[in-house]
Design a protein. Structure first.
Length: 66
């Protein structure tokens, strides 16, 4: 309890446009069933482009149509 009282915790929020790679990975995880185990040394093709754009610091915009 002493250590817990000494800790400080900061909670923040980032919109999904701020980290599209993490958003794509989370959506990919939702497609897996509870029995699936995914392990790979490479990114899935559907996520690779977003992660490269993120690494290059390119902006990501999300558009909606009404």
């Amino acid at each position: 309890m002493v250590r817990i009282r000494q800790m400080s915790l900061v909670v923040s929020h980032i919109y999904r446009e701020g980290n599209a790679c993490a958003d794509k990975l989370a959506n990919f995880g939702l497609t897996l069933t509870s029995a699936d185990l995914f392990w790979s040394d490479e990114l899935p093709d559907s996520i690779r482009g977003e992660c490269y754009r993120n690494r290059l610091g390119m902006p990501n915009f999300r558009f909606t149509t009404f």
